[in-house]
Design a protein around this ligand. Structure first.
Ligand SMILES: [Zn+2]
Length: 139
């Protein structure tokens, strides 16, 4: 029994703060002692390998969606909101269709979207499509 202490191997504990800021914990077993093999993160506990950049990418895109909240303004300068009904003010050619959305078409229950076509809505006879807010006015 007297020898027990000298037999026990004490693993040097790495500095937690340094470790955690450098490497993410294993997403599978939450082990913190992960290391990088150059391209992938490796977990010494469960041997799970993963790409930390992929994890980062999904996180940052989620953040982007939250912060991108530019106002959607119609042709009259009114702000449009989710669920609004708008009226198309000019004939709009539709990609992949020989028909155009006619001026005066009512579009109900619009959704706001990012990008060039900042409204997404279901248009009767066409289905779901993107619209530009500058070509509609609030009904
Ligand atoms: Zn693990």
């Amino acid at each position: 029994m007297a020898d027990l202490q000298s037999v026990t191997i004490t693993l040097p504990l790495p500095d937690k703060n340094i470790l955690m800021s450098e490497f993410p914990a294993c997403p599978k077993c939450k082990c913190e002692y992960t290391y990088s093999n150059g391209t992938l993160m490796v977990c010494p506990e469960c041997f799970h390998e993963w790409n930390p950049e992929e994890v980062d990418a999904s996180t940052s895109s989620a953040t982007k969606e939250e912060t991108a909240s530019g106002k959607v303004i119609d042709s009259n300068g009114n702000e449009l909101k989710e669920g609004d009904t708008v009226v198309v003010i000019k004939d709009l050619p539709v990609k992949g269709s020989s028909k155009a959305v006619k001026a005066g078409t009512k579009v109900k229950n619009i959704k706001l979207a990012d990008g060039d076509h900042n409204i997404s809505a279901k248009v009767d006879g066409f289905g779901a499509m993107g619209l530009k807010s500058e070509f509609v006015r609030k009904a």
